[in-house]
Every structure is written in C-alpha cells, then in structure tokens.
Design a protein around this ligand. Structure first.
Ligand code: HPA
Length: 249
C-alpha cells in the first residue's frame, strides 16, 4: 500500500499508453492471484495530485481486448490502495451526437462479450455472491469528471449506453444497427468485464470514452486505423487536460 493517498487510477486504452506530462515517481510490479496485470503500475503526479497509470493493452499496445487480464488489472489497483478508477477507452460513435473526437462519460453498459474471466466470485466461495450492477458507473466519479470538464472548458457528453463487444475485429454494419436498436450510443471492446470487476471489489469506476470513428455503416467506406489514430490524438489531448483538474473527493 502506498504511503501517500492515490487520488485516482487511470487505465489507459488505445491511444493512451502513457500520460504526457505525468511526473513519474516510480513503477511498481504487482503480482496477483489471477496472474499478471497488463504491465507495471506507474506512480506519478498530475495537476498536483498523486495518481497511478496502467496501460490496459500493455505499454507496447500488444494485448488485444479479449486477452487482457481484467481481473489481474483490477485486483492489482485495488491491492495498492486505489479507490477511484478512471477508465479511458476508444469507442465508435453510433448515435448522432457521438461524433469522432468527442469525449463521453457513459452511464450504462450492455455486455456483448463472451469467454472472458469476468468475476472474482468464481471458485471456493462460502456463498454465491451477486453484486448490484444497476449503475455500472459510479455516479459520484462521473460527476467529478463532468465537473472537471466544466472547469477545463472541455465539452463532455453526459451519459450514453456503451456496447461492450468482443473484438478484436470491428463490427459489421448490421451488428451496429442491432446495437442501436438495443439502445446503445457507443461501442468499444474493453468496458466489460472491467466495470463489473471494479464493482465487485467496491471500487468507484467511471469511464471517459473517446470517440475514434463513426461505427460501422454510419458513414460510407471502411473504418481505417489511420482515421482512428488521427481522432484519438485530438481526443486524448483533451483528456489529459481533463485529468489535470479532476477532483475525485
Ligand atoms: N467498435 C468497437 N470498438 C472500437 C471502435 C468501434 O468502432 N472504435 C474504437 N474502438
């Protein structure tokens, strides 16, 4: 456990393998009963606050969404004293306001993933445990992110339903229409089981989703990696400004 209180953890997704401007204090290797996290945990300072950072896909961006050890990542953060987790992730925009480069603070999730180790309440239990997941994202931490947006004059979309898909391929146009009919506004590959695992350990968890592209079928032509990267560069810079003024408590 760190001596100084950690204000929050950032789990960085595609486009955020490091936080520019983070003054690194040290890097910590954490082993967990669930295996190895995606990488070392970076301790540092941003905006005068002590934070930690973990690159969800590894520091060289080599772990695809379905192979991330979500349990190890969340367990590791919890074990070092983290209580607030800001999950950053690239998403595709489905509904009209979810334009590329937009930052969204989603408030709901629908899980379309499969075959991922998705719970800590699995084996050797004294009794079966069901957590409440009515609000998958912590309302207080969501509000803190929205307040930071106001303070830093960064437009944020307040709310939206995140469709968590299996990946690593992007979706077909018909799949996106189905997600839209289901009520989803944005689509990404990493919010689940991450959000549920955080809730199982009692962590406050909220997401800042960065729209990288219009989802499949929402524009003519293919979705290209260069388009995704171009939009993420702009979105992630805004996100860094947001993190500098984020006040979690
Ligand atoms: N679909 C799923 N995940 C994504 C997308 C997408 O279109 N863009 C960035 N992450």
């Amino acid at each position: 456990m760190s001596e100084t209180k950690i204000a929050f953890a950032v789990i960085g997704g595609t486009g955020l393998t490091a936080i520019e401007g983070l003054e690194v204090i040290h890097r910590e290797v954490v082993h967990t009963p669930y295996g190895e996290p995606s990488g070392q945990i970076t301790h540092g300072m941003i905006g005068g606050q002590r934070i930690v950072f973990l690159a969800r896909h590894g520091y060289t961006h080599n772990i695809p969404p379905h192979r991330i050890n979500y349990r190890a990542n969340i367990w590791a953060l919890h074990s070092i004293g983290v209580r607030n987790v800001v999950a950053v992730g690239a998403v595709g925009g489905i509904t009209p306001q979810m334009a590329p480069q937009t930052l969204v603070i989603p408030n709901q999730i629908i899980d379309y993933t499969y075959g991922r180790s998705h719970t800590f309440f699995d084996e050797g239990l004294r009794s079966v445990t069901h957590i409440d997941f009515s609000q998958p994202y912590c309302p207080k931490l969501r509000q803190a992110l929205l307040n930071a947006g106001k303070q830093a004059a960064i437009d944020l979309i307040d709310g939206g339903t995140y469709a968590a898909t299996q990946g690593p391929r992007l979706e077909s146009a018909a799949e996106i229409l189905r997600l839209e009919r289901d009520g989803c506004d944005l689509v990404g590959m990493t919010a689940m089981p991450e959000a549920a695992l955080a809730k199982e350990l009692g962590l406050s968890y909220a997401s800042c989703s960065v729209v990288a592209n219009w989802a499949a079928g929402k524009t003519s032509g293919e979705i290209t990696m260069s388009e995704i990267h171009r939009n993420l560069v702009v979105g992630m810079e805004r996100l860094r400004q947001l993190l500098k003024v984020l006040n979690c408590c």
